[in-house]
Design a binder for this molecule. Structure first.
Ligand SMILES: *Cc1c(COP(=O)(O)O)cnc(C)c1O
Length: 413
């Protein structure tokens, strides 16, 4: 293992030797240091031209013929197949569609609808990402008799029993970056006859995932975080091949029909993963996601993971050295148990975040007290992290964040 750089010169030397250094040119980055790619990935250089090609030439010239001529109809499956190797899935187990929230709804409901009699319980953890909890609450309200139980994550495995239909967990926690053991928890659910649904929103494109090796049943993930698909990019869902004929989407839209263009009156689900489509796919948004996925072309995910860990270790070491007790690490110190962002608790994390943004260093705030920094190996270097830590250290030392203008809350944090 390489040691953590202890001078700016050493950080620069790591950048010079970095096998991913070339990937930075794939992005159009404004001045400053962007540490929020875990919330919204940076904009790939190729996105405007690719979207313009779809709008100007494909839509402009082909009009409705574009569905066939440019295979727009096949885009959800094509993009799914490109995500598959990033998560250890087969190409026909992944499809790009809808938002993460809608995909959660479809898979939670599908799992409950297919559960044997008596399996009525959903298990998840309190403090899971809000939309995951809200959608589970919504599905439970639609299905009288469903029990939604939240338990501290360490107590989940022991609580799975013959009344459990579904275990729903987020792999990398959005607040702390705590990473769960996919293989162990999947095996625990399956040993008791339950199905597991993993939310990979903060994982895909940043950490090692092998859904097939872990025999994962179901998963959802996000297109606009580490996959760089642009604000509101469509999400994806994964259904293990062995479940595809068994599970039916509760949103029985025509794009999930086995023959949408037969225009028949009765719904018959398509045979494979495309039964989880619902309505007409947003082709322009998907084109932007296609450009986002292309930023991973020729990149070994193992290199991404190794660099993410090294950047994170450097950030933690520098911030702790410069800030002392003013910031408290809220993420696991052990890289094996951590995703690709780092959170610190601070007495006024909101003001500190705003003060940093005023110096062109973008992190974000998560209520009530966390200040969160995302490490995106494709476009961040060791010297960036070094400089960001220096600025944070200076702000903390001088209490430069302690000013009224940094306390004014915006709608989106
Ligand atoms: C970002 C994120 C989502 C986003 O859901 P949308 O429907 O795309 O808004 C869902 N779950 C988790 C865990 C996330 O991190």
């Amino acid at each position: 293992m390489k040691t953590i750089p202890s001078t700016l010169a050493e950080a620069r030397a790591r950048d010079a030797a970095d096998p991913l250094a070339h990937a930075r040119d794939r992005f159009a980055l404004p001045p400053g240091i962007y540490l929020d790619g875990n919330s919204l990935g940076a904009r790939p250089r190729a996105t405007p031209a690719h979207v313009a090609e779809v709008v100007d030439r494909q839509w402009g010239e082909s009009l409705v013929a574009g569905w066939n001529r440019h295979d727009w109809i096949g885009l959800p499956a094509r993009l799914g197949a490109r995500i598959a190797p990033l998560i250890g899935a087969a190409p026909d187990e992944v499809i790009v569609t809808d938002s993460v929230s809608v995909n959660l709804f479809k898979l939670i409901a599908a799992a409950l609808m297919a559960a044997p009699a008596g399996r009525t319980k959903i298990l998840t953890e309190p403090g899971n990402f809000p939309t995951d909890l809200y959608i589970a609450q919504g599905v439970a309200a639609l299905r009288p008799g469903t029990i939604l139980r939240t338990l501290p994550v360490d107590a989940i495995a022991a609580a799975i029993d013959e009344s459990t239909a579904l275990v729903m967990l987020t792999h990398v926690h959005y607040r702390t970056a705590r990473m769960l053991d996919v293989e162990a928890l999947t095996a625990a659910a399956q040993a008791k006859g339950a199905v597991i649904l993993w939310d990979l929103s903060h994982s895909t494109g940043a950490v090692t995932l092998d859904l097939n090796a872990a025999r994962v049943d179901l998963a959802v993930g996000c297109g606009y975080k580490y996959l760089n698909g642009g604000p509101g990019a469509p999400g994806f869902l994964y259904v293990a091949e062995r479940h595809q004929a068994r599970l039916v989407s509760p949103l029985t839209g025509w794009f999930g029909h086995q023959d949408a263009f037969a225009f028949s009156d009765d719904y018959v689900p398509a045979p494979g993963i495309s039964r989880f489509l619902c309505g007409t796919p947003p082709i322009i948004a998907m084109a932007a996601l296609e450009a986002g996925l292309a930023t991973f072309d020729g990149i070994a995910i193992a290199d991404v993971v190794a660099k993410s860990r090294a950047l994170s270790d450097l950030l933690i070491a520098r911030i702790e050295a410069l800030c002392g007790d003013a910031l408290t690490l809220a993420s696991p110190r052990d890289a094996d148990r951590r995703g690709s962002h780092i959170s610190f608790a601070h007495e006024d994390a909101y003001a500190l975040t705003q003060a940093l943004i005023a110096q062109d260093i973008t992190g974000d705030f998560r209520a009530p007290d966390l200040f969160r920094l995302g490490l995106t190996p494709l476009y961040l270097g060791f010297a960036d992290v070094w400089r960001a830590a220096e600025t944070i250290g200076e702000l903390v030392r001088t209490r430069g964040w302690d000013r009224p203008e940094f306390r004014k809350r915006a709608k989106v944090t």
